[in-house]
Ligand binder design. Sequence first.
Ligand SMILES: [Zn+2]
Length: 115
Amino acid sequence: MTGAQKQEIKYHLMDGLNRLEAQKAPESFAFEKCPDENDFASHVSQQRINLAMHKRRMKRLSELEAAIKRLHNSEYGKCEECGENIGIARLKANPSARLCVLCQSEAEDGVGWCA
Ligand SMILES: [Zn+2]
């Protein structure tokens, strides 16, 4: 991977981080604003959705942070399964990718390219 390619990937990663950080954290739950049971129940389910979205954001955030750390050493761009180069096109599309396309498809559902 060339220096310019690394720079481009880094830009993609930082952009992803900035967009995640710009998203609002879930509002804290205000019990006193729930005068009746129905209201309370809808608040609870809304809170559950917020929490799930928050968890997904945090996961994405840590993936991006890990990718930025990897970018500073030679591990970046190598598949963690087979050690092959992941490929610059794939890294541009998904800078936090840890597996090559083949290993990724196997990891996801066991279906390879030929299936
Ligand atoms: Zn692989």
